[in-house]
Design a protein around this ligand. Sequence first.
Ligand code: BES
Ligand code: ZN
Ligand code: ZN
Length: 504
Amino acid sequence: MEIAILEGDLTKQEVDLVVVNLFEEVDELGGATSAVDQALNGLLKQEIEDTDFKAKLGKTLQLRATDDAPFARVMVVGLGKRDAFDADTVRQAAAATIKQAQSFGVNTIASVMHGAGAGDLDVETVGQAMVEGMRLAAYQFTRYKAQEESDKAQDKLPETVKVVSTDSKAVEAAKTGAEIGELTARGTMFTRDLVNTPGQHMKPIELVEAAKEIAQDSDMIEIEVFDRDQLEEMGAGGILGVSQGSEHPPYLVHMTYTPEKAKKKVALVGKAITFDTGGLSLKPSKGMESMKLDMGGAGSVLGACSVLGELQPDVEVHAIFGAAENMVSGKAMRPGDVITIMNGKTVEVLNTDAEGRLTLADALTYAQKQDPDLIIDLATLTGACLVALGEEIAGVMGHDDDLIDNVLGAAKTAGEKCWELPLEKRYKKQLESPIADYKNIGGRYGGALTAGLFLQGFVDDEMPWVHIDLAGPSFAEKPLNNYTKKGATGFGVRTLLTFLSDIK
Ligand code: BES
Ligand code: ZN
Ligand code: ZN
């Protein structure tokens, strides 16, 4: 599928399908929608009235064009309410085009640039969102499908989509945005592939290989991989302890992206449990079903890294994750065992299913040794965060208000829902152990917060740090919207890329 942004008149396009749009509760057609309606002698307006089309966000109406029109069909995409219009409206509307086109098989499409100039969105953002919506809607995970079936899915995609505007300035700006959108979408899909891959084919070594490939593809990215022996020398008792019950050895991965001029030095840390059985504190089988998702944090860090060489933000990026499988066996960690993290602190492991924080404690310690200006960690850390915020919203915690604001701002722009949760000091005592510096679980309530507080114990007070718990939004148990099917979502990639690009 080729996406091109062009200057031109939508009514003159010789294509299978022309796409226009409409806001909810608008009687008069405007702009390109009105022009296309006129080209069809008022047929479009008539159809909208006859079918009582409401223009709800992402809903579509289709009709056959008149014989004298150069295009065969027209589709109207609903934009929802005008005052709710934002970049995500554009993503949803653009995605609806691909979804519908796939279902009735059209090859060539010319689409209006949704809402360019509407609201306070700049056209560059519109171009980026158009591409993101279309690419992500077209995403499919076909690794385990019969060849014919994955070919069929590919065949159903349109060959070309032209996004057309009569305004030459808008076309230029949208093109710049579209180039960024190609990268952010590609990074997101890279993550989706990693997270959708079952634990059987996404063992720690395979996550390492994915990282190595990224480093190979860009001469701005270097990689260092530490194996089990080196982890022992480093004293990475968290990563080692968690991986102890697994046949598959753990690794600590450190990737570095170095631009010519770096304004800041950022460490991105990801939880990388390639499969989480819970360990001896075994999960019930229902709760284990989706636990291939448990490397979603590192997956998003890798997705972002996979396009850094092309996006080229002016930030030095250190991507760090400790990859391990949380498995049961005669060698597995026992509840009650005490382990020592890389910074020398000891942890009484009362629940082996609270494993992510143990690997992250090592990874955060290692990250600080790189002397970054700030650290962001992403982790599918707690079921409690899902209980608190549901499946679509990530929990954000930290002790630096400016950094939290910047991350929340980037998430909003990227269309990824985040909400701040408090690191309540009074809950810290829940993590006190009679025999070690910490225990790895708190009480019954507020589990996302006690997990956040545990991580905070491994970050210096002066180090700006944000923790994103994406246990919910990393994986969609059901289709979420026009551009997010059931399965891995790639959540976090676009927030990270937006955050890095915005650093001044
Ligand atoms: N990987 C899970 C968290 C999770 C749960 C992610 C559901 C996505 C969906 C994590 O390792 C875990 O098991 N956490 C425990 C912690 C508890 C034992 C303190 C949890 O949330 O139940
Ligand atoms: Zn767990
Ligand atoms: Zn886990």
